[in-house]
Write a protein that binds this ligand. Structure first.
Ligand code: MN
Length: 354
């Protein structure tokens, strides 16, 4: 038998690897499945200011569990109003306002949430719940929960939900697939990030085969903004600064906005999450930063790198976290001092191989 010649690429350790989309130990799946099997009702929680992966994972799982006869509710701290971008998601019937969220659920499942703080006011359910199953793909510091499906190698929490549903014997349909596709496309940056493996495309293919309107979803998620968003983005871009000597010569691009400007444009903090994705396209900068001053005088900092700097390590030193190339933190000092602290950390941050 002839062994086919391998296609060789220059390895950087971040090249998408072939293999399953998630590969957690069997014992973790077994204990998660038995918790699901023996629990009813089930309460689902995702993080504050939920993104497409948090909402898609929660609603997709919610639809599937309801269909299998479970009593399911879902929520997140701070509200039950879906962000405009995700209003088209099915499964909203499982959502309850935070004040109606069970205090002591039989089984609590947290989704896409790396720490109890990310649950806001609803972190209280962690104390009352009999069992807490944590489903996530963040690098988690201090663990919480009694059962865990945590795979930092998974491109999205939605990947773990897909595998969980497969093991539960749930057949994907257009509603569930719409939710999971939303999570997958959000967390892979529309299948552009390094986390986009062959298995991610294989999952996307299975979801498309359910007959979802991925074109409508994608336009809503990636290509639709209020006009006032463009106006404020214009202001933020106009004052963006580039510092080519920063980050040990790899370069830094950054800008800022604040609550006052957001209010004047009728925008909320989560709605301008996408600013960083425009700022980070500057070619002379490895690292991109957007500082968003909040009403409580804190500064919410979003940070991205193109692959040479582990920004989650930088943000962790300032009390935040995230993924290696997409992370953030909340600063309690002004923008100027925040940026000085960041410059100092970036100057000594190790450079990852190209
Ligand atoms: Mn996620």
């Amino acid at each position: 038998m002839t062994v086919p010649a391998r296609v060789r690429t220059r390895g950087n350790g971040r090249r998408p690897q072939a293999g399953p989309a998630t590969s957690l130990p069997e014992t973790q799946w077994e204990s998660a499945l038995s918790a699901l099997d023996t629990s009813d009702p089930i309460a689902l929680l995702c993080h504050l200011h939920p993104d497409g992966d948090a909402l898609g994972s929660m609603l997709g799982l919610g639809i599937a569990l309801r269909r299998s006869g479970k009593n399911v509710v879902g929520s997140w701290g701070g509200g039950v109003q879906l962000p405009p971008t995700y209003r088209m998601l099915p499964g909203r019937e499982v959502l309850v306002p935070p004040e109606e969220f069970p205090v002591a659920p039989d089984l609590l499942i947290t989704l896409d949430t790396s720490s109890p703080e990310r649950l806001g006011e609803l972190a209280r359910a962690l104390d009352g719940a009999r069992t807490v199953l944590v489903i996530d793909h963040h690098v988690v510091g201090d663990g919480f929960g009694t059962h865990h499906l945590i795979d930092p190698a998974a491109a999205a929490t939605a990947v773990l939900i897909d595998e969980l549903l497969r093991r539960l014997g749930v057949t994907l349909d257009a509603e569930i697939a719409t939710c999971l596709y939303t999570g997958l496309t959000t967390d892979t940056g529309s299948f552009k990030y390094a986390s986009t493996t062959p298995a991610v495309h294989e999952l996307a293919g299975r979801l498309l085969a359910c007959g979802i309107r991925h074109d409508v979803l994608s336009r809503q998620i990636w290509d639709t903004n209020p006009f006032s968003y463009l106006r404020l983005l214009g202001r933020a871009l106009d004052r963006a600064a580039i510092e080519t000597d920063a980050a040990g010569g790899l370069g830094l691009v950054w800008t800022w906005t604040n609550r006052d400007e957001l209010d004047r444009h009728g925008l909320t903090m989560p709605e301008i999450e996408g600013f960083i994705d425009v700022i980070r396209t500057a070619d002379a900068a490895e690292v991109a930063v957007v500082c968003k001053g909040d009403a409580d005088r804190t500064v919410k900092v979003s940070m991205r790198s193109k692959g040479r700097i582990d920004v989650s390590a930088v943000c962790a030193q300032l009390g935040g976290g995230g993924h290696r190339f997409a992370a953030g933190f909340t600063s309690t000092v002004c923008v100027e001092d925040t940026m000085n602290a960041l410059r100092a950390l970036l100057a000594v941050a190790p450079h990852l191989p190209e």
